[in-house]
Ligand binder design. Sequence first.
Ligand code: FMN
Length: 178
Amino acid sequence: MSDTVETIRTVRQIRQYAPDPVPDDVAKQLLRVARWTGSSRNSQPWHFIVVTDREQLRRLGQLRPPIAWLAGAPLGIAIVLDGTSATGEAYDEGRVTERILVAAHALGYGGGVAWFGDEKQQAGAKRILGIPAERTARSIVMIGRATTRTDPRPNPRPGGRKPLSELVSYDRWGRSRS
Ligand SMILES: Cc1cc2nc3c(=O)[nH]c(=O)nc-3n(C[C@H](O)[C@H](O)[C@H](O)COP(=O)(O)O)c2cc1C
């Protein structure tokens, strides 16, 4: 397997970080990657808020317990969408998020995605970050040097992945390779 492909395969969710700030140059590289992400009809329906203020991150982390770990991360990139096309923007948001995570990993940093929660919690995140109410803001991508891959949440998700044999068919649904 090529090194690049292996780098992509080994991207994992990081939730615990060293306190060291993320250098500006690293943040800029991630933003360039985000900027060049393809989007539906090349609409580029996003705006990125780089958050390094610990108090802001702590307040975001208080929106719901599974994202309390935001308080310990040095930097986040909140993804704000235009709010004009729900399905297209959800897809675009996933693409740009994954690219940021992959780029961070390639640069030796860890990354983790956090969802703010339901509509009320998203409204809370918008208030904290000063985002206009009509925009969509449901997630933030955290970046920093990983200290561990352990999931510190009270109800951690099991790791690992389903085997390819459960995930893939050939030529027709349910058909295994002969
Ligand atoms: C759409 C989406 C939302 C997620 N939201 C959260 C979240 O709010 N909090 C969190 O700790 N992890 C969140 N995750 C991370 C997943 O839990 C993680 O990708 C999954 O458990 C696999 O982790 P691994 O790659 O380390 O095995 C989210 C992932 C996705 C794709």
